[in-house]
Design a protein around this ligand. Structure first.
Ligand SMILES: Cc1cc2nc3c(=O)[nH]c(=O)nc-3n(C[C@H](O)[C@H](O)[C@H](O)COP(=O)(O)OP(=O)(O)OC[C@H]3O[C@@H](n4cnc5c(N)ncnc54)[C@H](O)[C@@H]3O)c2cc1C
Length: 489
């Protein structure tokens, strides 16, 4: 691997050109117009998640009025939108604002080292030169903004299945969907019950022979209209911008209300969700397949647009089996109760591998940072790590709500430092009464697997993650950036 010696300097370096990185570029241009910035993107295109995932039916599982940016109205009639429309929206945002010109593609950031003496990060990125070869390219920056998403791009998560090699059909992970997969008329088993599984099942059931969703345990599934009729009619009367903001706020408030309702009255909420399933699937359907043992919002709820999953079950094009896998066999999957599910294709919708900061190593003054030993500050920075922020979304609401606020806050921080002549900002805890808690209180497998490597949250502000947009607006948009915890120098 060859190292290129010339080092370029930027005020801000953004890692990742997905939904967050493009949003970060926009906010920087608007609020810190004097600052130079670059976006390093490991892949060769804009869009991140919305380009990577290509499985049938790929769509959002939250509404686009809150998954869209605060500054660019979502105008497509679909409120729960398909992946290509979301990708188009992100790319449009980039080109409309000239953000695409700031991106260096095929630059995978591997290492970032901070020097307190120079008040700079030095970034090392592998630049793909084709056919697997790569150069190492260096950049320096004053502020590093990681918009690298939250999961590993190379491979998703697949548990060890005994007998996997015995299966004679195809095994596919949704993160690596083949360009051409002919499943018309075939028997498909989708392992999993998360957002990906509930999306794939009705989409594949349109042409497959039969699709079975095989789940170890059920998930709460809620039907929502794909199109928001109020949004469509408000848009006609009030125009795109005003209608967008009204619907965005309505959805934020409804989301907050239903989340609080679910947490405070889990039994009633559960009854309501199961009532919806009963209505969709009729009196004879065994509700056990949609009746989780955990409380609503201990894991993410799954949305199905216009109840498409229920419709394909009702039409008998798809079915749900709740059982544990014993092993794969030549013809399919043997379950622990001894029965066998025959399949031509098995889809392992078994999840993602969480990854922090796009897998890059961070070093501060020669010492490698162990992020598991840090505390998360306001859900975006890390204790004792200077001039580094990362964009993360909510677990109970759309990603972009928090991401927009994070970008605004980073801009306020940069402007504050400029006004006072500071070069470094670093959150540092001096309150011994703050207890360290797990980063997320989700019982989902992918979260539990990742908790040991994730930063902790603290028991009090500003280290506590409230997962609440209303609280975050107060703290991040209006709260003081000099809060006594952030140390400036
Ligand atoms: C299938 C699926 C559906 C989803 N649906 C929803 C939804 O409906 N609502 C919701 O709120 N959230 C949803 N999410 C979460 C979703 O990831 C976010 O909404 C959003 O797309 C995240 O954007 P991002 O830019 O932060 O990350 P990503 O989309 O993951 O983009 C990160 C970018 O950073 C690049 N990158 C990563 N590491 C490096 C590195 N070291 N060097 C250089 N570049 C790097 C990647 O190549 C990528 O382009 C979904 C996720 C998945 C997987």
């Amino acid at each position: 691997m060859e190292t290129i010696q010339k080092t370029e300097h930027f005020d801000v370096l953004i890692v990742g050109a997905g939904l967050s990185g493009i949003g970060a570029g926009y906010h920087l241009q608007q609020k810190c117009p004097g600052k130079s910035y670059v976006i390093l993107e490991g892949r060769d295109c804009i869009g991140g998640t919305w380009d990577l995932f290509r499985y049938p039916g790929i769509r959002s599982d939250s509404d686009m009025f809150t998954l869209g940016y605060s500054f660019k109205p979502w105008t497509d009639p679909k409120a729960i939108a398909d992946g290509p429309s979301i990708l188009k929206y992100v790319r449009e945002t980039a080109t409309e604002n000239g953000i695409d010109k700031k991106i260096r593609f095929r630059h995978r950031v591997k290492r970032a080292s901070w020097s307190t003496q120079d008040a700079r990060w030095t970034i090392e990125a592998e630049r793909g030169t084709g056919e697997g070869a790569a150069d190492v390219v260096r950049f320096t920056c004053n502020f590093l903004f990681s918009c690298s998403g939250y999961y590993r791009y190379t491979d998703g998560y697949t548990p060890e299945f005994a007998g996997r090699d015995d299966f004679k059909g195809q095994i596919i992970h949704p993160q690596k969907w083949p360009d051409k997969l002919d499943y018309a008329g075939k028997r498909v088993v989708v392992i999993g019950s998360g957002a990906t599984a509930v999306t794939l099942v009705p989409a594949m059931a349109e042409t497959a022979g039969h699709v079975t969703m095989l789940q170890r345990s059920p998930t709460y599934v809620v039907a929502r209209p794909e199109q928001d009729q109020l949004a469509i009619s408000l848009r006609k009367r009030l125009g795109d911008k005003l209608a967008y903001h009204i619907i965005r706020w309505r959805n934020v408030l409804l989301g907050l209300f239903f989340f609080q309702f679910a947490r405070r009255r889990p039994a009633r909420f559960k009854k309501m969700v199961l009532g919806g399933v009963r209505l969709a699937l009729g009196p004879d359907y065994d509700l056990a397949n949609f009746n989780p043992s955990y409380n609503p919002w201990d894991q993410r709820l799954c949305l199905v647009p216009d109840g498409d999953l229920f419709r394909s079950i009702k039409q008998k094009r798809a079915s749900v089996v709740t059982a544990e896998i014993d092993r794969f066999t030549e013809r399919g999957i043997r379950l622990k109760d001894g029965s066998e599910l025959e399949a031509d294709i098995i889809i392992t919708a078994t999840g993602l591998v969480l990854q922090l900061l796009g897998g890059m190593e961070a070093v501060v003054d020669g010492r490698s940072v162990d992020f598991a030993k840090t505390m998360n500050y306001k859900g975006m920075m890390y204790s004792d790590v200077p001039n580094l922020a990362s964009a993360f979304g909510y677990t109970n609401a759309s990603w972009t709500l928090k991401c927009d606020l994070t970008c605004e806050y980073v801009c306020r921080l940069i402007n504050y430092m400029d006004r006072h002549g500071y070069k470094q900002c670093m959150p540092h805890n001096i309150d011994p009464s703050i207890e360290q808690l797990p980063a997320l209180d989700f019982s989902s497998g992918y979260v539990q697997r990742a908790l040991p490597m994730l930063p902790k949250q603290g028991s009090k502000r500003p280290w506590r993650l409230f997962q609440n947009y209303a609280i975050d607006i107060v703290t991040l948009r209006f709260g003081k950036v000099d809060d006594g915890v952030m140390k400036y120098s």
